[in-house]
Design a protein around this ligand. Structure first.
Ligand SMILES: [Zn+2]
Length: 184
């Protein structure tokens, strides 16, 4: 938990511990602190031993992170929005091996771009669905559907950056493809 408090400090953001989450608007009592503590509650219907459920995990992590960019480093936004672009727009399959590859790609990418920032949507304007809504699901399928909608609504809230992350995603796919073919 200390991590996100430190990161908010670095970003000059005061964290509020009463009422709704100040970032995503989820209806809690202790604001962002409840939002972080309860995030996993909405995922309990999913079985992460089942690889078919992994995609929901990635989408939920991305959606939650992009609703709370003030408590992450700025390059996290690039990572999570690019991953959403790859999954939602480019229909790429995703698995646990690909995430570190994308991180590596972004580590190289950011070297020449010290001044590149994504345009962050205003707080409370980052998608209509929140992690708290997932607790309404009564079956795993409902939960999966809600996560899809959640990720999609967050992705749309970041539309101003779609062109940029789409280019990053293309570069990433190209690198993966080149690696695969040269490894043959
Ligand atoms: Zn929140």
């Amino acid at each position: 938990m200390q991590d996100f408090i430190d990161q908010a400090k670095k970003n000059g953001v005061t964290l509020l511990d009463k009422g709704r989450c100040q970032f995503c608007g989820a209806n809690y009592q202790k604001g962002i602190f409840d939002c972080m503590d309860n995030y996993n509650n909405g995922l309990q219907l999913l079985d992460f031993n089942n690889s078919e459920h992994h995609i929901s995990r990635f989408l939920s992590v991305d959606a939650h992170a992009l609703q709370h960019p003030e408590i992450h480093g700025r390059w996290s936004n690039h990572f999570h929005l690019t991953r959403l672009n790859l999954i939602i727009d480019k229909k790429q399959t995703w698995d646990y091996k690909k995430s570190p590859l994308l991180s590596d790609y972004l580590n190289d990418y950011k070297q020449n771009r010290p001044n590149e920032f994504l345009a962050v949507p205003e707080p409370l304007d980052r998608g209509k669905i929140t992690a708290k809504d997932l607790t309404k699901a009564t079956t795993a399928d409902e939960c999966i559907e809600l996560i899809k909608k959640w990720a999609d609504s967050v992705y749309q809230a970041w539309t101003a950056n779609h062109l940029l992350v789409s280019q990053i995603a293309d570069g990433f796919i190209e690198r993966c493809y080149v690696r695969k073919t040269t490894n043959r």
